[in-house]
Design a protein around this ligand. Structure first.
Ligand SMILES: Cc1ncc(COP(=O)(O)O)c(C=O)c1O
Length: 458
């Protein structure tokens, strides 16, 4: 079944991309600034973006479903975002003041209004930094030191969060009591020992583990929608909230992916569950580096400086460092990121906009599911709001281990073929949509998938 004439983009050579990559590899380990950006034989080097499109060094055009790993919900170079950042620079005469400024309070108020579990906010430069502060606050608040995280969940590059994100079959251990598997070299054992690995969407096992460790556990952190596409069940969410409350464990929702994508007010608005701390990033910066930690006032206030008890306080006589949670950073609360982020949120708040992106996303998901069915390839799309993933199995998916049943070898081949056909996603990664993705983009994408299926099956 050929849905349309040849409307996908067939690619030309990638000689310039390869040359830049080779040059970079001489001076940058692996030629990339973030390991996730590498894929074989070499990552494609881009030089331009507009709307839903990316253009590489060799002038090949792609419909972008990575969108900087979900950050660019308005697409590339939206004129309102460009204007907001240009206006800020023009009016302020500088990129950053290095002092408090108005946009910090404006954004913090906006987040408190949108996210039910946020009373107060601190800004960081990345999602990873937000997680670091969230965990430090939880440890300070409870006086306990261990952190529970779920198998398959990603929380950035902190030492003790780089655990059991993508463990192998053989080493992962009992499904009800997963092993703790480090995901990086160079992490001290004593830091790994602070992390407990929990099975997602398995309330009974989680309850057993939490009760056993209740005196050590400062916090449980989770992606409410694992990897941005596998949602917690409502019963699991409710049960986890009740348990953590009862056991005096801080519940952290890592909404770096889900914030502004599954709902303007994040997954907590979808599940109607209030965590104690929320972390945000990606969309919040409108394309610029940012992270945020928000939460209950009594927890957040632990990071407030006061003249007598801060590491930066002058005079050492009355300094009591152990009374304040350290949080600082040269670029924290960067006004350009906040200007871009606020304009992004204003656009998303306009009537019907969130529904429109979700509707477009569902349209693409439906058409892809129908297409794969005609080619007899077991497949389902899983996701929420404007993010989803293509999973090549018809078995139900509720956690990381269920994904072992999906045909990743075939998905890998399809993704490589799609890159040749002008569809950009990091192979095996999820798809994110933007305000800029049009009907024509959807048609092109479905046609490219059809061509890719013919290629890999043929
Ligand atoms: C759920 C989640 N938490 C934390 C992070 C880390 O954010 P950043 O890459 O901005 O440090 C990510 C990044 O992908 C994420 O998806």
């Amino acid at each position: 079944m050929l849905l349309c004439a040849q409307i996908y983009f067939e690619k030309n050579s990638m000689v310039k991309s390869e040359a830049v990559y080779r040059q970079a590899s001489q001076v940058i380990p692996g030629g990339v600034s973030a390991n996730i950006k590498y894929f074989p034989p070499f990552p494609i080097v881009m030089k331009k973006g507009y709307g839903s499109k990316l253009v590489d060094m060799d002038d090949n055009e792609y419909i972008d479903y990575s969108l900087c790993y979900g950050a660019l919900v308005t697409g590339h170079g939206h004129k309102r975002i460009m204007q907001a950042t240009a206006d800020f620079l023009h009016q302020s005469g500088t990129a950053i003041f290095g002092t408090p400024h108005e946009l910090e309070a404006v954004m913090a108020e906006k987040l408190a209004q949108l996210y039910p579990a946020i009373d107060m906010v601190r800004f960081t430069n990345s999602g990873s930094e937000a997680i670091q502060l969230a965990i430090r606050l939880a440890i300070a608040y409870t006086g306990k030191e261990k952190i529970g995280k779920f198998e398959g969940h990603y929380h950035g590059g902190l030492n003790h969060m780089l655990v059991s994100i993508n463990p192998d079959h053989e080493e992962a251990g009992d499904a009800h009591r997963p092993h703790r598997i480090p995901e990086s070299k160079g992490i001290p054992k004593h830091e790994l020992d602070q992390t407990l690995v929990l099975p997602f969407n398995d309330l009974e096992s989680v309850e057993t583990i939490l009760r056993e460790h209740k005196d050590d556990l400062a916090a449980v952190i989770l992606e409410p929608v694992q990897g941005g596409f596998i949602p917690a069940t409502p019963a699991f969410m409710k049960g986890l909230r009740e348990l953590t409350e009862e056991l005096n464990i801080v519940l952290i929702f890592d909404e770096v992916k889900t914030g502004f994508r599954v709902h303007l007010g994040g997954a907590q608005r979808v599940f109607h569950v209030k965590p104690d701390i929320t972390t945000l990033g990606k969309v919040l910066g409108g394309g610029y580096p940012i992270g945020a930690v928000g939460g209950k006032k009594d927890i957040m206030m632990l990071s407030a400086p006061n003249e007598e008890s801060d590491v930066f306080a002058t005079g050492s006589k009355s300094r009591k460092k152990d009374e304040v949670v350290f949080h600082s950073g040269t670029y924290n609360g960067h006004p350009i990121a906040l200007a871009a982020g606020l304009e992004t949120i204003h656009m998303l708040e306009e009537d019907g906009v969130m529904n429109d992106i979700a509707r477009q996303t569902n349209k693409l998901r439906d058409q892809l599911e129908k297409l794969y069915a005609t080619y007899d390839v077991p497949m389902q799309t899983i996701g929420m709001g404007s993010i989803f993933n293509i999973v090549l199995t018809d078995k139900p998916i509720h956690n990381y281990r269920d994904m072992w049943q999906s045909n990743t070898a075939l998905r890998q081949k399809i993704d490589q073929a799609l890159l040749q056909l002008g569809i950009f996603s990091k192979p095996l990664n999820r798809y994110s949509m933007s305000l800029a993705h049009s009907e024509a983009d959807i048609n092109r994408t479905v046609a490219a998938h059809e061509k890719a299926l013919q290629r890999v099956k043929g």
